[in-house]
Design a protein around this ligand. Structure first.
Ligand code: ADP
Ligand code: MG
Length: 687
């Protein structure tokens, strides 16, 4: 057995009791311990003469113990006091409730202590409470004057874990084999793995503590690189294996597509043209396409998807588009239906409420099926599904994606998202997907004027509503709705609706939420779309995808309750036509964080920029659904912080695979790769 796999319990000085505590920290083997990196470092090189110490300073002091006292307080607290002297003065070290120190500390001993100096309550002398200490003659961490600090758990002290680490690291280092080719190490100027691990736990005396604490020392870099390298290698290998899978090679003559483009009431943007070309080229290949299309809200993803679906249909295959909500599916259906008027394509909608015509899907009569999750139910069969589109992909899990694909035989897949995601992140989070981006909005889009208006100024808002409608526009009034307070949220939406009806008897006000029967919902959407409803009060059901170009004013009530990405999506419902649009944010209770969010949405319109702000406010993990993506856990690397290293790791992984696609000549890398990915490869393979 490799010593790295030794259960930590059997390490000298550990035993079952401490092993149990270590388990809580995720440490079960020696290897786990080795990769349990210090959360910070204490710089004890700042040794001071007692005479020079100022209260408030964090210092290291070396001296002799002159006297030791044990004190019991009235509240039954025990205190060990030690008077320590160096050549320049005396100070008092105090330890609360650590009676065992009686056995360790002795007078005349030479001791080094570390901690924050303060004036004692009498004002007479300097004291340090609960300092870290080191008996200088028989110290555990002898000359390591930069001391690692680990995250601990109750029952396990800092001192204990430090000495466990000392033993663990010493034990483990000889088992560490270098697996990266010398060539890569040289090129990137990275230290060896064993040296890096050792130094991360016990940094050399002359290390830069700041870079250690910021986790960008050379040693950290090496460890982070390893993780990113294995991550990218795995992803790239999956991509390789997909490339030898057999898919459909679509070679349409192009008639259908040409006719469709001729019928469009607008010209494609350059970005749309470019992306359609990318997709059609990919569809020609005999391997299954797996492509992510990212485009900001309103960038025109639907047309792109439709063009691709038509190519598949012309080749005799069925195409399916899956949307996350019923409302969105209905809208896509109506929209696509009207865009395809006059073309020989049968469009069908299939959702949990429109579920009568599964037979048309099975017979192949339906060429293009638009639907929701209902499409992936067992009783839905396609005759020959060749192309799959997933809209707003962040709303679907990996499994659902895979299930729709399984309805066909290695169909080409296009997943679409409006969530802006840096390229390197996309490459990672979406695994082995290829990537297209619509980085241009259709011409003539006017910026949406966004403003915060306080509730006490509601009158201004009423006036804006009136003016907007008079000049021919339509209005959304959005209410938040979350599951936890659903009943109350629905009530306030309904009350808002009733209030607006009273205020504007001359106009038609509609109410839309997810709890209504779908027939009713459809009717309302239809009426709003064709302009018979002037004001639509809605919950967040309209958040994604809804497209009514004549809607030009949006009021978001309780704007403080929405996330930044959500606000951006919502606002994207207006500004879709030629008329200038406005978005009014109506906050009630503003926290500091909510203020930052509203400020960002007022100041920025670009989705990438907004995502950046979101990242600053919330941290990256939340934003990109890294957790749901089925990726291995990263222990040290951070996909945002370490982006540039990620890029480098990807390049190195690529060039290694180019030389040796199965890694036959790198057995050590293969072993680590399998260890790193464990059972996760399968999810990725099918996604
Ligand atoms: P999203 O990318 O947010 O899904 P949609 O596909 O819903 O965007 O498109 C938004 C609106 O822009 C739709 O009304 C669509 O018809 C329109 N549109 C798409 N492409 C163009 C274009 N090239 N020029 C003008 N309008 C366009
Ligand atoms: Mg869309």
């Amino acid at each position: 057995m490799n010593g790295l796999n030794l259960p930590i319990q059997y390490l000298k000085g550990v035993g079952p009791k401490k092993a149990n505590l270590l388990k809580k920290l995720g440490i079960q083997t020696v290897k786990d311990a080795l990769y349990y990196l210090p959360s910070q470092y204490e710089d004890r090189r700042n040794k001071k003469n007692i005479f020079d110490i100022k209260p408030g300073e964090i210092v290291t002091v070396e001296g002799h113990i002159v006297q030791i006292n044990e004190i019991k307080t009235k509240t039954n607290l025990s205190i060990i006091e030690a008077i320590i002297s160096d050549a320049t003065g005396y100070l008092m070290a105090k330890w609360f409730n650590q009676l065992y120190l009686k056995k360790i500390l002795k007078t005349k001993q030479k001791i080094k202590i570390f901690g924050k100096a303060q004036i004692d309550w009498s004002g007479n002398y300097i004291e340090i409470v609960n300092p870290e200490y080191e008996i200088v003659e028989n110290s555990n961490h002898q000359n390591h004057e930069i001391v690692p600090v680990y995250r601990v758990t109750q029952g396990l002290s800092q001192r204990q874990i430090q000495s466990i680490m000392k033993v663990a690291v010493e034990f483990a280092i000889p088992f560490i084999e270098e697996y990266l080719p010398e060539k890569i190490l040289k090129k990137l100027n990275l230290p060896y793995l064993n040296e890096s691990l050792k130094s991360i736990h016990f940094p050399p005396k002359d290390s830069d503590v700041k870079s250690l604490n910021e986790k960008n020392s050379l040693f950290h870099k090496r460890i982070i690189f390893d993780e990113l390298f294995l991550l990218q290698l795995g992803i790239l290998m999956m991509k390789q294996s997909r490339l030898i899978e057999k898919g459909i090679s679509f070679n349409p003559e192009g008639k259908l597509l040409r006719k469709f483009l001729e019928n469009l009431p607008f010209k494609l943007t350059n970005a749309q043209q470019r992306v359609i070309t990318e997709i059609l080229q990919d569809m020609k290949k005999p391997t299954p396409m797996n492509r992510l299309l990212q485009g900001d809200v309103g960038s025109g993803k639907t047309v792109v998807a439709l063009a691709a679906m038509l190519a598949a249909i012309e080749c005799g295959y069925q195409a399916a588009l899956m949307a996350p909500t019923e409302i969105l599916a209905e809208q896509h259906y109506l929209n696509i239906y009207s865009m395809l008027k006059g073309l020989p394509v049968n469009v069908l909608i299939y959702t949990s409420t429109h579920n009568k015509h599964a037979n048309l899907i099975a017979s192949g009569d339906a060429n293009l099926v638009v639907g929701t999750h209902a499409l992936i139910q067992e009783d839905v069969h396609f005759k020959n599904l060749g192309f799959v589109v997933i809209d707003e992909q962040h709303r679907f899990g990996v499994i659902q994606r895979a299930m729709l694909k399984k309805k066909g035989l290695n169909p080409d897949t296009l997943v679409m998202t409006a969530t802006p995601i840096p390229r390197t992140m996309a490459l990672t989070v979406y695994g082995d997907l290829d990537y297209s981006v619509l980085d241009e909005l259709p011409k003539g889009r006017k910026p949406i004027l966004t403003k915060v208006i306080e509730p006490q100024n509601k009158k201004i808002i009423y006036k804006m509503i009136e003016e907007e409608i008079k000049s021919g526009g339509q209005v959304y009034v959005v209410y938040p709705l979350i599951e936890e307070s659903e009943a109350m949220d629905l009530k306030s939406a309904t009350q808002g609706y009733e209030g607006l009806q009273k205020l504007f008897p001359q106009y038609r006000v509609g109410l839309l939420h997810g709890k209504m029967p779908s027939r009713q919902r459809e009717d309302i959407m239809k009426e709003f779309r064709n302009g018979r409803i002037n004001i639509l009060v809605a919950t967040t059901v309209i958040e994604v995808g809804v497209d009514v170009p004549n809607a030009t004013l949006m009021i978001i009530t309780h704007a403080e309750r929405f996330g930044l990405a959500q606000l951006h999506q919502l606002r994207g419902r207006v500004g879709r036509g030629d008329r200038p649009s406005k978005c009014i944010l109506l906050p009630y209770k503003l926290t500091e964080e909510a203020k930052l969010r509203l400020k960002a949405i007022v100041n920025y319109s670009d989705g990438f920029r907004i995502a950046e702000e979101d990242m600053k406010i919330r941290g990256p993990g939340e934003l990109f659904g890294v957790k749901q993506s089925g990726m291995p856990d990263l222990k040290v690397a951070d996909l945002i912080r370490d982006q540039s290293l990620l890029e480098i790791a990807r390049k190195e992984a690529e060039s290694l695979l180019k030389e040796n696609s199965a890694l036959n000549s790198h057995p050590k890398i293969r072993i680590l790769l399998e260890e790193f990915w464990k059972d996760r490869t399968e999810i990725f393979m099918t996604a």
